[in-house]
Structure formats: structure tokens, C-alpha cells
Design a protein around this ligand. Structure first.
Ligand SMILES: Cc1cc2nc3c(=O)[nH]c(=O)nc-3n(C[C@H](O)[C@H](O)[C@H](O)COP(=O)(O)O)c2cc1C
Length: 411
């Protein structure tokens, strides 16, 4: 990358240059006025506010109030360089805010460089990475929306090719792919690297890295952090006997396999403002009931939900799968909702997010009205329809307040 100099102009910048300064192009100006909250609970067409569908009633946890109960699920966009948030993330996440998502969870963001799924993942392992996230948080807040960030380590699923990125071999770190248990037996599949086993010292360093990333997230002004313990990434690898055959204090019994998670929860909680909630995302099952042998399943998930609540988790986000290529998943509308419901019933006082093939307002609202979850997260639905919330309002016949800039678009 050539150094930007006084003669560099935007039009001269080579397509591949990503860290460009614009010395003669002025500077960024944040939106000067806050348009106020929108797509919130106010339903002018209904006489009785209690009749507002739950999806459009506000949700409060700790000091965080979310205008509606639709969460944008975290989604890796593989659009980062050296872990830095880019203009892509500002537009991508910012657009959900302009269109009314209550809470936007930014993608799996690595707490250590070797914890990235791909070289194109976002990261929060250095202070320099704070500014890009802060810019997004400021923008999202000015739309009346809230921003969270998912803190992650990919473990044995690290250092893979993002599905559209074409990077040189040198961008990857195949010799430093780590896991609770190492060797060919624990390679996820032939598209992943053979992991090496983490030492106890490295485990402690990783736990500290989650805490340090939480400090950076707080400095960026995000409203919550979500610890990523789902989808077969490092924490899930520790939890499940499918991927953890350690014989020390981090393997064996459920207590030992959950130790890494609980130490991370405590570290994050101690390093994130007490007034702000901490989310945790888990996989409820490994989906290998068809195979012999122990695995991760819903009753263990219920048990750790109780433990993490004690350790300071405020919101429990229930996904599933991702820890083994041998999984057999039966995808269907709302297929993960029963797991969320099970946790909600078993752990009173713990707020729960349901996610997975929730594709419309009525379906999302039903999950809440039937008390199966407290919030609903939507992933691909937002990629297909970034205005998912506006569509949901129409479907539920809720008159919502648009942002000031978009108000004239109302018919
Ligand atoms: C493009 C894409 C990227 C994703 N990245 C993440 C991620 O960074 N962290 C995570 O926990 N889940 C990730 N997921 C899973 C989603 O958060 C969500 O759980 C999943 O898509 C199911 O919800 P849906 O049916 O509403 O899409 C990703 C999904 C997609 C489609």
C-alpha cells in the first residue's frame, strides 16, 4: 500500500488500497442532530397501548432500553482488514439502524488475531481498532437504535478462506490454529487446519483477551457485548466432549468443560460497565444424537444457563450446531425456538433470545406472545429485507414512527 501523501486524491486511490488518508479532502462530519427514536412502541392506531404487539413494545435490561424487540443477529461480513472496521461496516450496520432495528449485534469480532475465522474478520485486540467501532456506535445511536458487538475466538475453525475473499497463503496462520484438544482427530474437516492444543497459560491469556476486548468495546460506546460460545467456535469446543478430551481442569466433567466459559464471563463482566448488559450466545446442541458417545445437548445448555446467570450474563441467546461436520440438523421455520423456550422455562429471570428461520413479523411476535423468548433475532431475513422491521410493522398493522429523514416515505 503506497503511503498516502499530500498529492493523493480519492480518485487516484487504487482499488486495493484500504487504509487511505484524505489530507486534502476535508474530514468526516457526524450527523449533527439526533432524529430521535423511531419504530418504537408507539402505536397511534390502537387506543390501548397494552395491545401493541410485544414485538413493538420496548425491552429493558439493565440500563439498556431497546425500542422494539427485533435484534439483528451477528453476521460476519468478511469485509475487514487487519481486524479494522471499515466503511462497509458503517453502511451495513448503519442501514439497519436507519430502518428501525431495535438492537444490532455486530459480527463475531476476534479478541486475538489467531482467533479470527478468516483474515477478513473484524477484531478488537488492539486499541487502534476502537475508533472504527466508535464511529458506527455513534451513528447507530443517532438513529435511536442500539449496538452490541459479538466477542469471539474461532479456535479450531480459524484461518479459513472467507467464501469470496481471494487472499495470498501468507494471510493465513495454519500453524497457530488452537483448540482445547489438538491433532488430526480434532480437525473440523479437510477445509480446516489441524489444531494444536492450548496450554493452560494460553487459556489464561485468551480469557484475559476477552476482558481486554470488552474494555475496548466499552470505550467504543457499544451498548452490550455478546460472548460467542456457539457454532463450534473456541468456547463451544471447550463445552462439548466432541471437541474437548482434556484431562486437566478444563476437560472431563461438565464443570471442567464449562470452566473456560465461566472464567470468560467473569472476566468480561468485570471489564464492562456494570450498568450495561452482557449477552451470551450458545449452541443448544451438537445434533449428533444419531452417533454413539457423549456430546453437547440441551440439558447441559440449561445447566450452564443457570451458572452463567450467576456469573453475570443478562441475556442468553440460543442458537445450535456448528461443532462437528457429522451433525444432522433438521432446518424448519423457528427450528431453534424450542431450545430458547426450554431455557426460558428452566431459568426464571434470565432473558432469552430466540433465533433461526424467523422470517416475518407475525412469526416473530408469536414467539414473544407465547412467552418462548424475550427478544427475537433475525439474520438472513435482514440481508434479504434490510427493512425487516418496517415490514413486520405493516404485517402486524402497527403504526410506527419512522426516523425523521425517512418520515416522508410513509404512504
Ligand atoms: C452471512 C452470515 C454470517 C453469520 N455470522 C455469524 C456471526 O458472526 N456470529 C454468529 O453467532 N452467527 C453468525 N451467523 C448466524 C446468524 O447469526 C443466525 O444465527 C443464523 O443465520 C440463523 O438465523 P436466520 O435464520 O435468521 O438467518 C451468520 C449467518 C450468516 C447468514
Amino acid at each position: 500500500m503506497p503511503a498516502a501523501n499530500d498529492s493523493t486524491t480519492a480518485s487516484e486511490v487504487n482499488e486495493k488500497d484500504t487504509r487511505v488518508q484524505f489530507p486534502q479532502e476535508g474530514y468526516f462530519i457526524e450527523q449533527p442532530i439526533a432524529p430521535g427514536s423511531y419504530l418504537g412502541p408507539i402505536n397511534a392506531s390502537l387506543p390501548d397501548a397494552d395491545k401493541v404487539p410485544l414485538l413493538f413494545q420496548p425491552f429493558k435490561v439493565k440500563d439498556l432500553t431497546i425500542a422494539n424487540r427485533v435484534v439483528v443477529a451477528p453476521m460476519c461480513m468478511f469485509s475487514s482488514l487487519d481486524g479494522f472496521f471499515t466503511d462497509y461496516h458503517l453502511v451495513h450496520l448503519g442501514s439497519f439502524a436507519t430502518l428501525g432495528a431495535g438492537l444490532i449485534l455486530a459480527e463475531a469480532t476476534a479478541v486475538l488475531p489467531e482467533g479470527r475465522i478468516s483474515p477478513s474478520d473484524t477484531g478488537l485486540w488492539r486499541d487502534e481498532q476502537i475508533a472504527g467501532l466508535k464511529r458506527i456506535a455513534n451513528f447507530v445511536h443517532k438513529q435511536g437504535s442500539k449496538l452490541g458487538i459479538q466477542l469471539a475466538h474461532a479456535g479450531r475453525k480459524a484461518s479459513v478462506k472467507a467464501y469470496y475473499a481471494d487472499l495470498p497463503e501468507s494471510a493465513y496462520w495454519k500453524d497457530n490454529v488452537v483448540a482445547p484438544s489438538g491433532g488430526a482427530e480434532f480437525q473440523w474437516d479437510d477445509k480446516h487446519h489441524v489444531p494444536r492444543e492450548l496450554s493452560v497459560e494460553e487459556i489464561h491469556r485468551t480469557i484475559k483477551a476477552f476482558g481486554a476486548a470488552a474494555v475496548r468495546a466499552a470505550k467504543a460506546g457499544v451498548d452490550t457485548v455478546e460472548i460467542h460460545a456457539a457454532h463450534g467456535y473456541l468456547i463451544h469446543q471447550f463445552l462439548s466432549p466432541v471437541s474437548n478430551n482434556r484431562t486437566d481442569q478444563y476437560g472431563g466433567s461438565l464443570e471442567n468443560r464449562a470452566r473456560f466459559l465461566l472464567e470468560i464471563v467473569r472476566e468480561v463482566r468485570a471489564n464492562f460497565p456494570p450498568s450495561k448488559p452482557v449477552f451470551l450466545r450458545v449452541s443448544a446442541t451438537d445434533y449428533v444424537e444419531h452417533l454413539d458417545g457423549p456430546s453437547w445437548e440441551i440439558e447441559q445448555t440449561v445447566q450452564i444457563a443457570k451458572w452463567v446467570k450467576e456469573a453475570g450474563v443478562d441475556v442468553f441467546h440460543v442458537s445450535s450446531g456448528g461443532n462437528t461436520a457429522k451433525q444432522e440438523v433438521k432446518y424448519a421455520p423457528g427450528y431453534q425456538v424450542p431450545f430458547a423456550e426450554r431455557v426460558k422455562q428452566a431459568v426464571p429471570g434470565l432473558d432469552v433470545v430466540a433465533v433461526g428461520v424467523i422470517t416475518g413479523g407475525k412469526q416473530a411476535n408469536e414467539v414473544l406472545e407465547e412467552e418462548k423468548a424475550d427478544l427475537v433475532a433475525v439474520g438472513r431475513g435482514f440481508l434479504r429485507h434490510p427493512n425487516f422491521v418496517m415490514n413486520a410493522a405493516e404485517e402486524l398493522n402497527v403504526k410506527v414512527k419512522y426516523s425523521q429523514q425517512y418520515e416522508r416515505g410513509r404512504m
